[in-house]
Design a protein around this ligand. Structure first.
Ligand SMILES: Nc1ncnc2c1ncn2[C@@H]1O[C@H](COP(=O)(O)OP(=O)(O)OP(=O)(O)O)[C@@H](O)[C@H]1O
Ligand SMILES: [Mg+2]
Length: 264
């Protein structure tokens, strides 16, 4: 198996073609190491100059009864770190391992916002969350930052391969099946995920699920240069995303993790 390291997504920093498995910046790693409880300040106790007020919902917003836009704004003012582990001590989220991912305004695309909202709106949440790690709620803040409330579902496949390869090996059949299910779900829903790779798939202990959903676009063809991760893109790739490109990335993922050999 090739040496497992992290690779750069082109959308984040223009990647050179990488011969090995590499992982994107993942600035949040150190913050995710220790789970801590975020204690919310009393209402009105935020930093001077921050007035917490409701703003009209945008097309990006997916409300959750236990995580309101006011919570999101407060969280953002107090925690500027991406992927900071977070526990909300209320409602049906008590005790769940959660974190809030911050997507800067410059990375937020209206098109994928709408897609995520339609996938994780109340009605469709159940089916999508079998294959995609659910976005429990998301809110666009006044500065354009998108905050997503996510369930922490387990290690990503690159972490699994590096830290607990025995678990990867003993679950290889289930993982390969999950990856096939993810691909057919994307195809059925006509969605393109432009950055399929081991670090964007998490292992829940029962199945594999796709993350990094802000890279999803609807449709069967989508052209944009600068997205994806070279190792997982076809050699002649010129920016045209398609179901075949998704399938290629999934096949590369399996190959580089050694799953194809182990699963059969
Ligand atoms: N739902 C989740 N469950 C468990 N771990 C997760 C989940 N979502 C993200 N992570 C962890 O956080 C890492 C980074 O997450 P993610 O891929 O969403 O962001 P990113 O790639 O750093 O950012 P960007 O949006 O710029 O691509 C993942 O590789 C994974 O280890
Ligand atoms: Mg990622």
């Amino acid at each position: 198996m090739p040496k497992l390291t992290k690779s750069k997504s082109q959308g984040k920093s223009q990647g050179k073609r990488m011969p090995k498995l590499t992982k994107s910046k993942s600035q949040g790693k150190s913050h995710r190491k220790s789970q801590r409880t975020h204690t919310r300040k009393q209402r009105g106790g935020g930093p001077p100059g921050l007035s917490i007020r409701s703003t009209p919902s945008s097309a990006c917003d997916i409300p959750h009864s236990d995580f309101t836009k006011t919570d999101a704004e407060e969280f953002y003012e107090e925690n500027r770190n991406p992927l900071t582990p977070y526990t909300i001590n209320k409602g049906d989220l008590i005790g769940k391992p959660l974190f809030v991912k911050q997507i800067p305004a410059t990375h937020v695309r209206a098109i994928s916002c709408k897609t995520i909202a339609s996938l994780f709106g109340q009605e469709s949440r159940e089916e999508s969350s079998k294959y995609l790690s659910p976005v429990l709620a998301q809110y666009t803040l006044r500065d354009g930052t998108l905050l997503q409330l996510l369930l922490h579902e387990g290690p990503d496949l690159l972490d699994l391969a590096k830290k607990t390869p025995a678990i990867l090996a003993s679950n290889s059949r289930t993982i390969v099946q999950s990856l096939a299910n993810i691909l057919s779900f994307l195809n059925k829903k006509k969605l393109l995920h432009r950055d399929i790779k081991p670090e964007n798939i998490v292992w829940t202990g029962k199945e594999a699920k796709l993350i990094d959903l802000a890279d999803i676009v609807p449709g069967e063809r989508y052209t944009e240069v600068g997205f994806g991760t070279n190792t997982y893109l076809p050699p002649d790739f010129k920016g045209d995303f398609s179901p075949e490109v998704n399938a290629y990335a999934m096949k590369r993922t399996e190959e580089l993790l050694g799953l194809t050999v182990n699963a059969h």
